[in-house]
Design a protein. Structure first.
Length: 254
């Protein structure tokens, strides 16, 4: 244990020493990067070595390792194989440590249950059996409740999917109706434009007729004035008669 407290060690060569096992606290050498262990008598490695996360090199060749560990380490002949060996061994030991801890916790739990049962004062065997039966029934009820909740959850999911599908169909139908309305509106717009053009043409014709009527009225009035002034000698008619345009128009008309 005192050796494992030397956490500052970076490289360690323990080859050719006939070592049959490593200390259980070997994982305290957290800064270790290179470890030489070839030609020893090792059959396994301590689980605490999963803490050696900085380990980049591990040589375990020529050791009577157990088949499982031998399959993890490989041959360690080349540099790349020794590097892969370090990574694989640390990962394997980490998994094994987690499994060992889980098994230990389950064992402690079982021991506490047994201890509680047998520490009950004057507890008959029948009461112990009844308590065990009750626990089994509670577990069954919990399992039934879990299954019921799972069924209800699946049912709610299916109902939600059905409602979502209905909404999507409604939205699709509404969009199709809006497209039809837009088409109808376009046709109405074209018809309105045509009607507007016809109205403009009618208005233009009406203005032309009105303009011609005004010209006719003016001409008739002017001709009437000419005839009236031809036989009259008033001041207004005298001015008109003295106008050269008047004489020209009278000659043309007469």
């Amino acid at each position: 244990e005192s050796f494992c407290s030397l956490s500052h060690i970076v490289a360690l060569d323990l080859s050719n020493n006939k070592i049959s096992s490593l200390p259980s606290h070997f994982g305290q050498l957290r800064n270790l990067k290179k470890l030489e262990l070839y030609r020893n008598q090792l059959t396994d490695l301590p689980s605490s070595m999963f803490k050696l996360t900085n380990l980049k090199w591990l040589d375990l060749k020529d050791n009577p390792l157990n088949p499982e560990m031998k399959g993890i380490t490989g041959n360690c002949v080349t540099d790349s194989e020794c590097k892969n060996c370090a990574v694989k061994v640390v990962g394997y030991l980490k998994t094994r440590q987690a499994n060992e801890e889980r098994a230990r916790q389950e064992q402690l739990k079982a021991e506490r249950v047994i201890k509680q049962i047998f520490e009950l004062p004057n507890t008959p065997i029948i009461m112990v059996e009844k308590q065990s039966q009750r626990k089994l029934e509670e577990e069954k009820e919990k399992e039934v409740l879990r299954r019921r909740k799972a069924v209800e959850k699946e049912k709610r999911r299916q109902e939600y999917q059905a409602q979502l599908k209905i909404k999507q169909e409604q939205i699709s139908t509404k969009q199709q109706g809006d497209d039809d309305d837009n088409t109808y509106s376009t046709e109405d717009l074209d018809a309105n434009r045509a009607n507007t053009g016809n109205e403009k043409e009618n208005q233009s014709g009406s203005w032309l007729i009105t303009f011609l009527l005004i010209i006719v009225v003016v001409l008739v009035s002017f001709v009437g004035i000419l005839y009236a002034c031809q036989n009259n000698s008033g001041e207004f008619c005298e001015k008109i008669k003295n106008n050269k345009w008047f004489e020209l128009l009278v000659n043309k008309i007469m």
